[in-house]
Write a new protein. Structure first.
Length: 180
């Protein structure tokens, strides 16, 4: 029941963001929509930051990570290239298609290194699986994704629609591919 309520809170918070046309809503609005007290939300989230991180994390997983199709054809290096290209394009699409949730994700996840590392765990796991790494702390996967920060961090989103986007990606790819 607690998990179900937690998921409802996350879902309602996201729906209110879309409905209100702003990247944040109040806990009071969420509580009212759910027919619960403001304090009841704190039974499921330790603070407001934790709620917004959960909303942004759920959105990121659904909108970015779950949209990447795993391609098992080719060498692990070719598979990684394809996965990274799909990842950066999913991030670009999310920025263009859902700017409100992208802004929320930026505020509560991308600008918080601990939250960002937590959200990216599923991406690290995908890189690990493709490359056959067995790093307990995902050091190599994190290094690979970090190399592509210019294609994933919101600070660079204004460059994602430039005509040389794919060429820049491939230049970076060729720099790191030799070290894989």
């Amino acid at each position: 029941m607690a998990n179900n309520t937690r998921e409802k809170i996350i879902s309602v918070a996201e729906a209110l963001i879309v409905q209100n046309d702003q990247p944040e809503v109040t806990l009071g609005q969420i509580a009212q929509e759910l027919g619960m007290t403001h304090a009841a939300i704190y039974k499921h989230f330790t603070n407001k930051q934790a709620l917004w991180e959960a909303v942004a994390t759920a959105w990121f997983q659904r909108t970015i990570i779950d949209q990447i199709q795993a391609r098992s054809m080719g060498t692990p290096t070719e598979q990684l290239h394809n996965w990274l290209w799909a990842f950066v394009n999913a991030k670009k699409w999310a920025s263009n298609a859902d700017p409100k949730m992208f802004a929320l994700n930026t505020r509560y996840v991308d600008n918080n290194p601990a939250a960002l590392r937590h959200v990216l765990t599923s991406a690290y796991q995908a890189v690990e699986a493709i490359m056959g790494y067995h790093d307990a702390n995902y050091e190599r996967a994190e290094a690979i994704l970090s190399a592509f920060a210019v294609f994933a961090l919101p600070a660079f989103k204004d460059t994602w629609n430039e005509p040389d986007y794919e060429a820049r990606f491939n230049r970076l790819w060729h720099l790191i591919a030799k070290g894989l």
